[in-house]
Write a protein that binds this ligand. Structure first.
Ligand code: TRP
Length: 406
């Protein structure tokens, strides 16, 4: 098994030698000795391909639309079989998108929005159907969340997801607690039959102390990669390819899926994978919904956003004004700069800020002010969109209804 992954049967992508090697799995992310994540090394450890400039150019050519800033700026940086999806598109062969979220918190933070903003761009650019899995079951198993609480959070999170602008005619959102059954469940069992305890241990690092639900769960996240889980969208077709936009920590699930796929008569899903959105305090990991000072949430007020950026955003600026003016800011560790790279749309303005701030002409206070404006704007736009998402709208996205998407 694990045809495409370097990690051995000894556990997830953690290197054995040296102190503090980076370790990335779906439940925790920690950087190497310097606290940083080495994404090139991760490509190698996971066995994914680099998303090259040529591929991005091909996406632009085929869709006739400018590439999303996340593509141009290398935030989505890795893939598996993206070329094959583009070949399909070029020939007019249909494919669909699959992404998801584990509903562990009331409100999403900015890091959570990244895959959904990107998926929205992909849906529009390629005009394709989309399924979004809410893994309320996963969060009950891992976080010990009460089952009804997990179901409630799934619905709340669905509102934030819908606010990203998805097209209800082409988008099906489902909660595992509601939708597992039928063709979906039959695929789950087909997958479970193919994966042994030793294999999930090798891929995910499970131990004998983990509850048995965790051990079985990866098949639940794998199954939506197969179109016949969704008879109301794809009938019984097995030849509709799947492209999964996600953060790279989800890769282990889909390595497993890709191994199993041909053995149960399915196509392997393709992937397009992002880097992590850094915590306010700096690069060394993902933001955490449980630490409110580590992240900016989509329901923060302008005053909270301003305070968090001013107080907590890690600065790569010089320690003193003289030092800053003479040496400039260290952009490689500067959080305001990193956040602007995610969310400032204007390429020209962004490049100018990089130059000014990197050379020390622009001060930390000034870049933080730019960032405050950008994020306040983004969050208030999101809040306006979310206010439009009524319970009826959620029901419409989550209804199992005939969808004419192919
Ligand atoms: N496990 C993911 C999380 O905890 C949720 C998820 C389910 C997902 N299916 C997915 C993420 C497909 C990306 C792609 O957030």
């Amino acid at each position: 098994m694990a045809e495409e992954a370097k990690p051995s049967a000894d556990g997830p992508a953690t290197e054995q030698a040296g102190e503090q090697e980076q370790s990335i799995d779906p439940w925790s992310v920690s950087g190497g000795a310097d606290g940083k994540i080495d994404y090139n090394k991760l490509l190698e450890q996971f066995g994914c391909s680099k998303l090259t400039e040529e591929l991005v150019a091909r996406v632009e050519r085929l869709t006739g639309k400018p590439a999303h800033p996340f593509l141009k700026r290398g935030i989505f940086f890795a893939h598996r079989d993206l070329e094959e999806i583009l070949d399909c598109y070029e020939k007019g062969v249909p494919f669909y998108l699959y992404t998801g979220r584990g509903p562990s918190s009331e409100a999403l933070h900015l890091g959570h929005l990244v895959p959904f903003m990107f998926t929205k761009y992909l849906q529009d650019a390629f005009n394709v159907p989309l399924v979004i899995q809410l893994t309320d079951d996963e969060k009950s198993l891992w976080r010990g969340l009460d089952i009804d609480e997990a179901r409630r959070l799934a619905r709340e999170n669905a509102k934030d997801i819908i606010a990203c602008g998805f097209d209800v005619a082409k988008t099906f959102i489902f909660s595992d607690f509601e939708f597992v059954g039928g063709a979906f469940y039959r695929n789950i069992i087909r997958i479970q039959r193919c994966v042994t305890m030793n294999q999930v241990r090798g891929i995910f690092g499970f131990t004998p102390e983990d509850n048995i639900g965790k051990i079985a769960f990866p098949a639940v996240q794998a199954a939506p990669s197969f179109p016949d889980c969704f008879p109301h969208m794809f009938g019984t077709r097995k030849d509709v390819r799947c492209l999964i936009p996600c953060a790279i920590d989800q890769d282990p699930y889909f390595r497993m899926t890709r191994d199993v796929a041909p053995r149960i008569g399915h196509l392997k899903p393709a992937l397009i994978e992002s880097k992590f959105f850094p915590a306010l305090q700096g690069e060394s990991g993902k933001m955490s919904a449980s630490d409110t000072t580590s992240a900016i949430f989509v329901n923060d007020t302008p005053a909270q956003i301003k305070e968090k950026i001013t107080k907590y955003a890690f600065s790569g600026g010089g320690a003193t004004l003289e030092e800053h003016r003479s040496r400039g800011a260290n952009l490689a560790v500067d959080v305001p700069w990193k956040y602007l790279n995610f969310f400032m749309e204007d390429d020209v303005k962004l490049a100018k800020i990089g130059e000014e701030y990197g050379s020390g002409r622009m001060l930390t206070g000034e870049i933080k002010k730019e960032l405050t404006t950008v994020l306040t704007d983004l969050v208030s736009r999101h809040q306006r969109a979310r206010a439009q998402v009524t319970e009826d709208v959620v029901d419409a996205f989550m209804a199992v209804r005939p969808m004419h998407v192919l």
